[in-house]
Write a protein that binds this ligand. Structure first.
Ligand SMILES: [Zn+2]
Length: 338
């Protein structure tokens, strides 16, 4: 064999095949023996069940109260993990950070009283933990470790690794921590850190740095337990940065095993028109997975269209795809895959 052919075969040998995942909302779709058989037959190699929604776990926790708005469903989680694992399908916990809108009401009130919830620039308190508050980061870390203790998981995926938008957080804690960290003194709060304010740029950098700090800490905690770590991100880089989500930096730094871009579109043509803007994410060293809206009812993605979107994503250089999210329609789509 010539050296050239040897090199080609060596490259082919090390290039991993595209991965294919599915996000799964808590409790869906049931019948995991049958569901896992369909997923396995379709080539799905990992599932991402929502096992932690902000501060509401999908199991009875020793750290936070049970919430009626997100009740534990340990039977669903155990069935999913047992059936998928038996078929060689990896299970990565889908962990939604910070959101407290499904937390127990009394617990939510206590978080508000302790000044741990975000406040937007209008002064309204939001049902989201302030991610720059060390107490909140410690709680999320403890919940992730509890989750890994409770279930045999292959990985953890962090979602909502960001602020809700550009208008938060303007809580008193953020004011104090920003001033202490930067040495700047925003006298007019929050005006000094809002668009047009004298510290707007510095505040944007600081909040992105705090989000990255949280991601690194949580990733190290999960990785220390042997879990693969990924994050789901907003695909538009400017939108993401506006929320403090610097995925380009995460990709270059190697803190994650994969980054999932949430590219939810009706057609492959629409998908194709935006993914070129993610070139930084595709070339920064961390494998990028293309999230597809193939299970979003309002997008009405047909099985043929789903196939075109998968081909478009892989053709653009993504390391795989992930379907959002599992329901009967998506199961039929996957079952019809050639
Ligand atoms: Zn805050």
């Amino acid at each position: 064999m010539s050296l050239f052919l040897s090199l080609l075969s060596a490259i082919a040998a090390v290039a991993p095949p595209p991965v294919e995942g599915v996000w799964v909302d808590k409790g869906l779709p049931g019948n995991w023996a049958g569901t896992s058989a369909v997923l396995s037959e379709a080539g799905v190699d990992h599932v991402l069940p929502c096992l932690l929604y902000g501060v509401s776990p999908a199991y009875p926790s020793s750290l936070v109260p049970v919430s009626e708005a997100f009740p534990p469903d340990t039977g669903w989680a155990n069935d999913l993990i047992a059936e998928c694992s038996a078929r060689g399908i990896e299970v990565h916990a889908w962990v939604i950070l910070w959101k407290a809108n499904r937390a127990d009401g009394v617990f939510l009130d206590s978080l508000a009283r302790e000044g741990r919830l975000q406040v937007d620039c209008s002064g309204d308190t939001l049902p989201w933990l302030c991610p720059t508050d060390p107490r909140n980061l410690a709680l999320e870390e403890a919940l992730v470790l509890e989750l890994l203790d409770r279930f045999p998981l292959d990985g953890v995926q962090f979602d909502y690794v960001r602020f809700p938008g550009a208008e938060s957080c303007c809580c008193q804690g953020c004011r104090d921590r920003f001033a202490r960290s930067t040495g700047l003194s925003p006298g007019a709060w929050p005006e000094d850190v809002l668009p047009g304010g004298r510290f707007h740029r510095e505040f944007g950098l600081w909040r992105a740095d705090r989000i990255t700090h949280a991601l690194v800490l949580l990733s190290m905690a999960a990785g220390g337990r042997g879990a693969a770590v990924s994050a789901a991100v907003l695909p538009d880089r400017a939108d993401a940065l506006g929320c403090g989500q610097d995925w380009s930096l995460w990709g270059r730094s190697g803190v994650l095993d994969r980054i999932y871009f949430m590219n939810y579109f009706r057609t492959a043509a629409e998908l194709d028109s935006v993914i070129s803007g993610q070139a930084d994410g595709l070339t920064c060293g961390t494998p990028a997975v293309c999230g597809l809206g193939t299970g979003i009812g309002r997008l009405e993605v047909s099985p043929e269209e789903a196939r075109r979107q998968v081909e478009t994503a892989i053709g653009a250089g993504f390391s795989g795809v992930c379907h959002f999210h599992l329901n009967q329609t998506l199961l039929r789509t996957l079952a019809s895959a050639p």
